[in-house]
Each structure stands twice: as C-alpha cells, then as structure tokens.
Design a protein around this ligand. Structure first.
Ligand code: FAD
Length: 501
C-alpha cells in the first residue's frame, strides 16, 4: 500500500543519527523528484545511499500544490522562441502520462481565435507544438469552425471570433504527484520529514555539512550531518538570484459546457486558462496572473485587483456568467532573474549548479519538467552512481496506480485499506477515510495539510467555521488536539481561504 514507509518520528531519528549521503532541503516537486531519482538509482546500482529530505512546512504546500495543474509543453513559450524548453516539456508530458496515469490525464484544450490573423498565427504555433512533440504526441490538433464552436460552447461570446482549434495537454493533481514521489522514495529507504526547517548550514570537518534543523512540530533544534546538500527551497531561496512572480487563480461555478479546458490569449497578450475543477466537476479554475512579489514567501494571497483582472478576462469570454469566486489561491514562480522583461515574459528555463559552498541549488523551471531536472541534479550529485535513472519507466503509485490513486483521492481506498474504527461524525465515509489516510499515511499534521495537499477541498467551496468544524474535529480526534488547537487550525484554514473584499 502507498504512504510513507517510515513514520515521521522514525525518519526524524534517522536524520538525527546518521551521517547522510545527501540532505534535500525542500519537499516541493523538485526536492521530491530528486529524492525519488536518487533512491531508484541507488537501488539499481545496489549501493545503499542514506537520503534525507526536510520541508519546513507540509510537503507540496509551496508552489507545487498551488499551480495551474497543467503538464504542458507551454504553447506560449513558442512566442519567446524557447523551442528546447517546449520540446523537453512535451517529452516529459508523455513520460508522466505513462508513469502516473492515475494523476496525469489528457486534457483537450479549446483555443478560440479572434480574427483571421490569429487563426494563421496560432495555427503555425499549434503545428509547431505537434511537430515538436513528434511521436510522443498525445493527440493531434484539429480546427473548429465558428459554427461548431457555437455548438460546443453556446455560452461563449463569439464577437470577433474567427474560428477555434482543439489541441491536447495534460491535467495533473499536482499536490498528490509530489506526495507520490515522496512515498516512492520512502518505500526505498529515504527518510522524509515535514515541519522540519533547515535554518542554516556550513561545511565542517572532512567536508561534511552541518545543517541546523528545527523540528516545528514541537521538537527541539538539532544538527543533521550530510556529505551533500541540495537546496530545493523554490521561492524561499535567499541567494537573490530568483525573481518571484505571484500567480493567482480563482475558482468559480463551472463556465464551460463539457470537460474541455479553454486557453485564451487575452487582449494584453497573456494567456488565460479555464480548467474543469472540483471532485464533482462543477467548478472552473481560472488563472493566472503574473505580478512581481516583494513580500515574504510565507504569505502569498490574491489581491482584489487580481480577482478583478481574472473576472474581467473570463467575463470577456463568458459575459453572462456570474463569476462569483467560491475560492482562490496564489503561489510564487521562482524564476531565474534575467533582464527587465515583463513578469509574464520571464523565461521558465532552469539552472542547476553547485554554489560556492558546494550546495547544489535548483532554480527556475516548470513543474512539468521536474523529472528531467531531478535526473540532471542526481547525475551532478552522484556521478559515480551511473547516469541511468529509472524514473521515466518505473510507475508511480504501486502495482495498479490507476485504481489505487483515483480511489485514494476519493477516500475509498483508505477505508478499504485501513479498516479503522470510525468516530461518529456527520462526514461521509469517503471523507472520513480520506482524513484517516492523510493523518496515518501522509504525515498530515495540520488542518491545511488535509484541505490543500491531501485533498483540494479547501479550494472547492466557500468555507465557514461551521462547515469546517466536522473536518477539524475528526482530524483533531485522530491527532489528540485540544479544543484550542482545533480552533487554531480552523482559523488557519479560514485565513487561507479568505477572499479579498
Ligand atoms: C501560479 C503558478 C502556476 C503554475 N502553473 C504551472 C503549470 O500549470 N505547469 C507547470 O509545469 N508549472 C507551473 N508552474 C511552475 C511550477 O509550479 C513551479 O516551477 C514548481 O512547482 C516549483 O517547485 P519547487 O519544488 O521548486 O518549489 P516549491 O513547490 O515551492 O517547494 C519548495 C519547498 O521548500 C520548502 N522550504 C523552503 N524553505 C525551507 C527550509 N529552510 N527548510 C526546509 N524546507 C524549506 C517549502 O516549504 C516548500 O515546500 C506554476 C507556477 C505558479 C506560481
């Protein structure tokens, strides 16, 4: 069964006791991907490798669980002539579809063309997109007349629309894919710990790093000794080399008529995505913005201006929709700071290199290319382990990922697998089981871990103290929370889901 093989306490003990071969700081998609790559390589090479990973909060609670949920080549990067990046991303798209079909699924994208010029311009772009994907393409584009578009999307405003096209990308449950990479690494012996912040590091005797860590689940500070350190802190990197660009999404009652997503190039040249959303498919995710972010990476919230921008942009396509957000979320793009180009145009390329202290730093990149980036990082860290990585062929999620993953997400898997006594509660069995699974198998320690990582319930409706109460109480009973702690956890989720006035 999936889930962490070692408990948090056992993993913490390993971090304390051993001299690790590598400590990975950060449990977003990049840290998780590197942990999995290294543990698979070590297995293939039959060489024991002591791998540790620490995240200062919950895994995937940074950018990786709060993005646009697309595994995509990035149609718009063609405009910047970033062909290499697009080709690599399209190759990764096919690989992820193969190794994690329960979390990555093909998503038809409908793209309306305003005017004949745009039809010709994007026609060439889509041709190039399919050509760059080559034999790894997941579905060929097709053009759609204005009339057919009107039948497909009767609520869409067609003023100025010349025609449209359907092309293919993929949708991912991005928080869960991080967890699955971590489960996999843990099942191969890696020690993975959340709520454990690396606050400083220095190279000590015999080139062993001493990393000061704080156990933020009420434990004491301690030193981890490691021969190598990977800095996968994403937006929390403090080297000054990154440009932090905030991207926000709103969740609104469903706009589209079927399960296609919409990719719309706005009047300002930015791309707007409208993506089917929610366990019941009755919502649309609308994003995103690109705003340079100057405050702390710990507090990232949508502004009233961003809500208005996204409503206007979606309203131009769906003028009769109410577009009243039920939820919203934001995160930071950790981009390589290059020139003075607009935030939207800044490159999504990545940089992986040792810094002056010998710490391997991961900067920039896209979620879609995490596996390729992890491969590169692992080869730099342990060149003697062999260049071959099995992450592109070894499936994630156990022997039957399709069945396991989907069921687990809906909570049913957990009920079947755990067979634990239930507390009486107004929750349905699937919800209760999902909470038990999150707590017992996924190291969820706080209510936001359940609401925004193990599930996306936090992003699927407007929450109030009353509606959160049964979830908080159920989790609190499993974790032995006092009434005060339960109230604090509820307040934390309410704060994170609050929409600007
Ligand atoms: C709005 C938005 C939409 C996007 N949409 C897409 C998309 O659809 N497709 C795509 O391919 N890409 C997308 N991206 C880009 C992609 O999501 C990111 O490039 C990727 O998730 C970055 O992952 P990461 O692991 O580097 O960072 P993160 O996921 O932020 O992980 C960093 C982790 O490090 C931890 N950490 C920080 N400091 C410490 C410390 N001192 N000690 C221990 N741990 C620490 C944090 O808690 C965090 O969990 C999007 C980005 C944004 C902002």
């Amino acid at each position: 069964m999936s889930g962490f093989r070692l408990t948090r306490a056992e993993s913490l003990e390993r971090l304390r006791a051993d001299v690790l071969d590598v400590l990975i700081v950060g449990g977003g998609i990049n840290g998780a991907g590197i942990a999995r790559d290294l543990s698979l390589r070590a297995g293939l090479a039959k060489r024991p490798l002591r791998i540790g990973l620490a995240d200062k909060g919950h895994f995937s609670a940074g950018t990786s669980g709060r993005n646009s949920q697309l595994i995509h080549g990035g149609l718009r990067y063609l405009e910047n002539l970033e062909f290499g990046l697009v080709r690599e991303a399209l190759r990764e798209r096919e690989t992820l579809l193969r190794i994690a079909p329960h979390l990555v699924e093909p998503l038809p994208m409908l793209i309306p063309f305003h005017g004949a010029f745009r039809r010709a311009y994007f026609g060439v772009g889509l041709w190039l997109y399919d050509t760059l994907a080559g034999r790894r393409n997941i579905g060929r584009r097709r053009h759609v007349s204005r009339q057919t578009l009107a039948e497909m999307e009767p609520d869409m405003a067609l003023d100025g629309v010349f025609s449209a096209a359907v092309y293919y990308d993929c949708k991912v449950h991005s928080a869960r894919l991080v967890l699955e990479n971590l489960f996999d690494a843990s099942s191969r012996g890696a020690a993975i710990v959340n709520y454990c912040a690396a606050v400083s590091w220095r190279r000590g005797a015999e080139d062993v790093f001493e990393v000061r860590c704080e156990d933020r689940d009420g434990g004491a500070a301690f030193d981890v000794r490691a021969r190598r350190v990977v800095d996968a802190r994403g937006p929390w990197d403090d080297s000054g080399k990154l440009r932090l660009v905030r991207g926000s999404h709103i969740v609104v009652p469903r706009l589209t008529r079927d399960d296609r997503a919409i990719a719309h190039f706005n009047a300002d040249g930015r791309i707007l995505f409208i993506i089917p959303w929610g366990v019941h498919g009755d919502l649309s995710l609308v994003g995103t913005t690109d705003i340079d972010h100057s405050g702390s990476a710990d507090r990232v919230r949508i502004s009233a201006e961003e809500v208005a921008y996204l409503r206007n942009a979606a309203g131009a396509l769906y003028p009769h929709a109410a577009l009243e957000p039920v939820a919203a979320y934001s995160s930071l793009r950790p981009l390589i700071a290059a020139g003075k180009e607009s935030a939207a145009a800044a490159s999504r390329g990545h940089e992986i290199a040792f810094d002056a202290e010998g710490v391997l730093k991961i900067g920039g990149g896209k979620y879609t290319t995490y596996r390729a980036m992890s491969e590169q990082a692992a080869s730099l860290l342990f060149p003697d382990l062999g260049g071959a990585s099995a992450t592109g062929t070894a499936p994630l999620g156990g022997p039957d990922p399709a069945a396991e993953g989907v069921l687990r997400f809906h909570g049913v898997h957990a009920r079947e697998a755990l067979r634990l006594p239930r507390f009486p509660s107004p929750l349905d069995d699937g919800e209760a089981a999902a909470i038990e699974f999150a707590v017992r198998r996924e190291m969820a320690l706080r209510l936001p871990d359940l609401m925004f990582v193990s599930t996306y319930w936090g992003h699927e409706r407007r929450w109030s103290r009353e509606s959160l109460a049964p979830y908080a109480e159920y989790m609190g009973r499993l974790l032995g929370w006092t009434p005060e702690r339960t109230a604090e956890e509820t307040a934390a989720v309410l704060d994170m889901t609050r929409l600007p006035e």
